[in-house]
Design a protein around this ligand. Structure first.
Ligand SMILES: [Zn+2]
Length: 205
């Protein structure tokens, strides 16, 4: 695999993961805290490229959702949900939440709905026909033989094969799939920030 392919397999590029995270941060973290979150999010693509669940690759929806829940559990057992450790954990789970929209066909299946719904991370609510791209070096592998490859399906950037496709009709007419994936990822990230903020309220009340 060429370096270029490896790069394109990483999910929204660093700048996109960072942009999505910053747009959804709702101003609840300091600059230093945001840097911790963004760096930790980014490192998921460096250290865990072969772990399907971290990026919702290889149709690992169940494992990916369980991973996000597990990281939330780790944050909720911290004394301080804004500790460095908790924020690093938070950055890790944001990466997975964000990759769902660029690595699965959720956006394609919902392209005639505006806004694109946010997945509640419950596998029972996934629509029939949901797939994510196959990623050769990632394990485990849960896709059927008909599933598209990561390269074919990813909407990691506006130049990707799928990301540049334009919705032909309906309320999202004229929008590239990349933009829809990015917008959904921002709103999904905002929900995660709200959850973090709520832990703080609970602990202080
Ligand atoms: Zn990723």
């Amino acid at each position: 695999m060429s370096q270029e392919n490896a790069q394109s397999g990483m999910g929204f590029a660093f700048s996109d993961h960072a942009r999505i995270t910053m747009k959804a941060s709702a101003g609840i973290l300091t600059d230093r805290q945001m840097e911790l979150v963004i760096r930790s999010n980014y490192s998921q693509d460096i250290a865990h490229q072969q772990d399907s669940k971290v990026h919702f690759d290889n149709c690992c929806f169940e494992e990916g959702a369980a991973y996000v829940m597990e990281e939330w559990h780790n944050i909720e057992t911290e004394m301080d949900p804004y500790s460095d450790n908790a924020l690093i954990t938070f950055g890790r789970l944001l990466h997975t939440v964000q990759d769902f929209y660029s690595h699965s066909n959720w956006v394609e299946l919902n392209q005639f709905v505006n806004p694109i719904p946010i997945w509640d991370l419950n596998v029972n609510s996934l629509p029939a026909g949901i797939v994510s791209g196959t990623w050769a070096i990632g394990t485990p592998k849960r896709c059927s033989d008909q599933a598209p490859t990561h390269r074919q399906l990813n909407k990691d950037d506006l130049n990707s094969e799928e990301g540049k496709k334009i919705v032909a009709s309906g309320p999202n007419q004229g929008k590239p799939l990349f933009s829809l994936a990015q917008d959904a990822a921002i709103r999904a990230t905002l929900e995660q920030f709200k959850r973090l903020q709520n832990i703080n309220k609970i602990q202080r009340s």
